[in-house]
Design a protein. Structure first.
Length: 213
């Protein structure tokens, strides 16, 4: 394109400012006319290609992307649901290992003390195993029961509960009737957080047993 432009300028300049023999005058005039025409044709073709390319780019840009079907979003599991499920499944473990629900929900008034005591031993053994698996349990007060204790005004009211004749101001002097309990580790059952599993985990403490003959 640049070459043709320079050639056109050279031809026109030669025709206007230089003496040309008659035998070369006609070809030079034809060349001077043909070269700009060819240049114009090339420019038109170039503009057409550029326009087509621009239209193609625009078409590509405005073409909407194919819609990909997304899987249905899982129902969000709330913190409340997860906590409920963890508690229910903890009770389910107490039932599984120590038959706690069977013992509590049954009317033990109809049984003699010996039968209740035997059942309580089984419940104690199984529930103790579950508690030790789920928590690291320690006493709040590290001393012995019936020991004397003095609590200052800034004592931890969550760890110590005052009962009896409590004065209005510290110091609070008394005896430890119960040492209290605390945990330094919590390991509640983990529940699969899907809509189906969470509903089962929040409701079923023990499935019904069916014996097939």
């Amino acid at each position: 394109m640049t070459f043709l432009t320079l050639l056109t300028i050279a031809l026109i300049s030669t025709l206007l400012y230089s003496p040309i023999p008659e035998q070369f005058l006609a070809p030079m005039q034809i060349a001077a006319l043909a070269t700009p025409t060819l240049l114009l044709i090339l420019q038109i073709l170039t503009l057409g290609k550029n326009k087509q390319a621009t239209e193609t780019e625009t078409e590509i840009e405005i073409t909407e992307p194919e819609k990909v079907e997304q899987p249905a979003a899982a129902t969000a599991i709330t913190t409340e649901q997860s906590c409920d499920a963890a508690v229910v499944q903890f009770v389910a473990r107490l039932q599984e290992k120590g038959r706690l629900l069977d013992f509590i929900m049954d009317d033990i008034a109809a049984y003699d003390n010996e039968s209740v005591g035997a059942a309580a031993r089984i419940v104690h053994q199984g529930c103790c195993e579950v508690m030790q698996d789920s928590f690291t349990i320690e006493t709040v007060f590290t001393g012995e029961e019936m020991e004397s204790i003095t609590l200052a005004d800034n004592y931890d009211s969550h760890s110590y509960r005052l009962i009896g004749k409590v004065p209005e101001a510290a110091p609070f002097v008394g005896q430890v009737l119960h040492r209290g309990w605390k945990t330094t580790r919590v390991n509640l059952p983990q529940v699969v957080n899907t809509e189906e599993h969470i509903e089962v985990a929040r409701t079923i403490m023990a499935p019904a047993d069916v014996e097939i003959n």
